[in-house]
Design a protein around this ligand. Sequence first.
Ligand code: SF4
Ligand code: SF4
Length: 410
Amino acid sequence: MVCEINHQLHERSSSSVGLEKVKYLLTKTGIPSSVTSPLESLQKGNWVKLICGASFEDVVDIRNLSLVYTLAGVDCIDCASEASVINAVNDGIESAKAIIPIRRPWVMVSVNDDEDLHFRKAEFDPENCPVDCSRPCERICPANAISYTGKAGLPKVHLISYILQGGVLAERCYGCGRCLPICPYEKIRASTYVRDAAATAELLKQDGVDAIEIHTNGRKVESFQELWNSLGDSIEKLRLVAVSLPDTNELTIPVMHSIYATMNANLRCHNLWQLDGRPMSGDIGRGATRQAITFALHISAARDRPKGFLQLAGGNNAYTVDGLKKEGLFKTTSLPEKLNDEATPFNSSYSSDALIGGVAFGSYARKIVGKVLSSLQMEHGYVDIEAYPEYLLEALTESLALVGTVKCFP
Ligand code: SF4
Ligand code: SF4
């Protein structure tokens, strides 16, 4: 018993020493977001959004990711439109604020108006898999969403009596699709879904949701109109409405105009265009960000585009800002005075000189912190990351380096 108490005292004291190191790192870095509002960041051109994933619903990881990236100074956390996920994000944010006073990032929920790559889950029945399959699906999954229990890897003589168990962990699958073509037996299929508009409208009315993102494929504007009308007055309390769309070349600007015309009648807040380059690919490598930059070049040069901030997504990683700088698209501005979110008329916000409002990081952001979260989980189970400051410090070092590429802190 005494040993147990001593152990707890040691854990507590090393935990508080560790948290002091975390605070020191944050103070030394001088995170601008501790004083800068998300709206100011958009206006300056150094807005950063963390994308947890429109279909990613592992609430333990989401809570810890939200805590880490709140401390790193992101302006917005984008997550699945599910009550448990929204609660996990807000829990992470509040826990970060308990460590160091920092302003709250906006919480954004993602929905779709039609079939969309971000809203799908891989599925297969592991019992139908050949037991001697080398399981390339498991290795390629960036979310560790495919797992098997036990049986494989045994001498072939035993295989006849074994079946594979496990399969896709639905809450971790975010629909990247990498497992689909790799299965030599074509056992994996994708199941798509559309978020229910009425359920979304209820979630938007709750505290703890500041923004919505509507994913549209840019092909059927009627689907967008239908969803927008179904959301009704639930959008009135929001601070930002984002529309995520792919590059459909010469069709993009006309589609943006049709969407803006639909929203304009009852848009009471700021709006943003998420330019989705190569979806869910930032973790693949340096070149993944190219499509988003090309898309940004196209849209930022279009003088006839509708009103709204521009933000890159899809393929972004640690190289995105370098690419933007080369194209002359990364221009942050310093504002003459601190603006107040509530007091600023929303249509004055587009006076910013920044061509691009900011950048969203998804799979790359999750990968660099996810490896820390995986070792934390293997070592200690499903725990709050701040209870193990050495892990928090490691995760923060990674996240600050990424967020810092946009925020310009070292
Ligand atoms: S779709 Fe992507 S995240 Fe989902 S199981 Fe397949 S590889 Fe993993
Ligand atoms: S690659 Fe295909 S057959 Fe092999 S374990 Fe994965 S889903 Fe089953």
